[in-house]
Write a protein that binds this ligand. Structure first.
Ligand SMILES: [Zn+2]
Length: 155
């Protein structure tokens, strides 16, 4: 019988980027956005705070975009500080490449194994689904014990 495990995000991953105010290399997005309107042009940023000194960093979401070309649904999500939008942006490889950031998933995911009644069997067949692109892989540190671990960061 095939058992399904799921790798689930539990919160936003840390952003790996040098703080502009201190030597820290980890920023924490709290799901907040800042939107600025200048005439018909919009700027929007995802805000992130340095985990050491609390300095605010801004990751551009929209830059000098005509307000008419912004989907109303996106604008509403920006104004509502939609945490789902923050997660989507951080998981977007285009955004990560453009902003030269990587993600640190340590402590930001869990492995859902469901009911533990299979664990006393010697062999179990497991399929692992990923609810988000979280770069973890199985590692077997002792016989019969499979665990999952994530790298320190991902690009
Ligand atoms: Zn800092």
């Amino acid at each position: 019988m095939l058992t399904s495990w799921v790798v689930m995000p539990t919160c936003l991953p840390l952003i790996v980027r040098r703080c502009h105010a201190c030597a820290s290399e980890r920023l924490r997005a709290n799901g907040k956005f800042r939107v600025n309107a200048h005439h018909k042009l919009l700027d929007a940023w995802l805000l992130a705070l340095c985990t050491e000194c609390g300095a605010t960093a801004k990751l551009p979401v929209l830059e000098r975009v005509n307000v008419r070309s912004v989907r109303p649904a996106l604008l509403a999500r920006l104004h509502d500080n939609d945490p789902g939008l923050a997660a989507e942006l951080l998981r977007d490889p285009v955004v990560r490449r453009r902003e030269r950031i990587a993600l640190d998933w340590d402590g930001a995911w869990r492995l859902e194994t469901g009911a533990p009644n299979d664990l006393d069997r010697e062999v179990i067949d497991v399929e692992v689904r990923f609810a988000a692109r979280i770069p973890v892989r199985p590692c077997c540190s002792s016989p019969g014990v499979a665990r999952f671990r994530g790298p320190r960061s991902s690009g």
